[in-house]
Design a protein around this ligand. Structure first.
Ligand SMILES: NC(=O)c1ccc[n+]([C@@H]2O[C@H](COP(=O)([O-])OP(=O)(O)OC[C@H]3O[C@@H](n4cnc5c(N)ncnc54)[C@H](OP(=O)(O)O)[C@@H]3O)[C@@H](O)[C@H]2O)c1
Length: 288
């Protein structure tokens, strides 16, 4: 009896493994739109997909970022300026994409743009500090997705949302972990709603990578600014010693913990775009 059960379970995993890895055909005809391609993961993913021959529509926050990306890619890759916190900017980018994809629709939407600072004890922060991060990392993801869903549905495509390991387990204060938990919840409900239309929704949960988002100087500076603006009461409770220990030598924790292998994360995202049945959520090492 136990042997039959073990064989059945084994067969189930084998079938799942096989189904997941079926590669989508005609990838060269497919359009993929990525947010936040000025630097880091978005930039690398845009270049990688361009090399693979997909039609990449890359959005950057700045013209300088867009220009630098175009310089390093083929003529197939096109760029647009997008600030995911601005409704008008999202509407303009949506129109721009519509004109390019036409009746084919949009095969892939990768919601990648994000910010992390300030990362400090929550008590030091204001509502505005939280709103700043939620605006980009969560509301930006939601508004871009809602705006582009008709085009993704047309292609029976997929949405890939870049979350984080801290989208599963909150490790520090500030808006970042909250925003990533929100991205996970949004993605899970969207996946159920859209499965009827043949649209897939996948989440990537990277660990720690060396990008400008995790740059220790940036994080330390935002920590110092939050400390400077904290109320006298908070300063008295936490004390200079606590603040100095965070910003001092141990403050390099985020940077030190990072891996240089951005490629890994791009590889996982590529699977979400190229495989027929990508797993609903994956860490950046590809494990579900
Ligand atoms: N690096 C890690 O360790 C790590 C770990 C877990 C998850 N992630 C996630 O991975 C994603 C990419 O981050 P990354 O590490 O590659 O950092 P990054 O290099 O800073 O990339 C983030 C990109 O988002 C852009 N951006 C910022 N605000 C924006 C806005 N309002 N509208 C549009 N674009 C905006 C940035 O533009 P500028 O460069 O011009 O500011 C930048 O190009 C993020 O969602 C992040 O949360 C990263």
């Amino acid at each position: 009896m136990w042997l039959y059960l073990a064989v059945l379970v084994g067969l189930y995993y084998l079938l799942r493994w096989y189904r997941e890895r079926q590669v989508v055909s005609n990838l060269r005809d497919k359009y993929v739109f990525i947010t936040g391609c000025d630097s880091g993961f978005g930039n690398q993913l845009a270049r990688q997909l361009d090399l693979q021959g997909l039609r990449v529509l890359a959005s950057c926050l700045t013209e300088k970022g867009a220009e630098q990306l175009r310089d390093r890619t083929s003529d197939r890759l096109q760029t647009v300026i997008l600030d995911v916190t601005k409704t008008e900017s999202i509407a303009a980018a949506t129109q721009w994409i519509k004109e390019r994809v036409g009746d084919r629709g949009l095969w892939g939407l990768v919601n990648n743009a994000g910010i992390a600072a300030p990362i400090t004890p929550s008590e030091w922060l204001t509502k505005q500090d939280f709103m700043k991060i939620l605006d980009v990392n969560l509301l930006g993801v939601i508004e871009v997705t809602l705006s582009l869903l008709p085009l993704v549905r047309k292609a029976r495509g997929r949405v890939v949302n870049v979350s984080s390991v801290v989208g599963r387990l909150s490790l520090f204060g500030g808006g970042y972990c909250i925003s990533k938990h929100g991205v996970e919840a949004f993605s899970d409900s969207l996946r159920r709603e859209l499965s009827h239309f043949g649209v897939k929704v996948a989440i990537i949960e990277p660990g720690s990578f060396k990008t400008s988002l995790s740059n220790n100087n940036r994080i330390s500076q935002s920590f110092r600014e939050a400390w400077d603006h904290a109320s006298p009461e908070v300063k008295e409770i936490y004390g200079e010693k606590f603040s100095a220990s965070f910003v001092g030598p141990s403050g390099s924790a985020v940077w030190d913990a990072t891996s240089a292998w951005l490629d890994e994360q791009c590889h996982v995202c590529t699977q979400d775009l190229n495989w027929w049945n990508p797993a609903p959520r994956k860490r950046s090492d590809g494990k579900a």
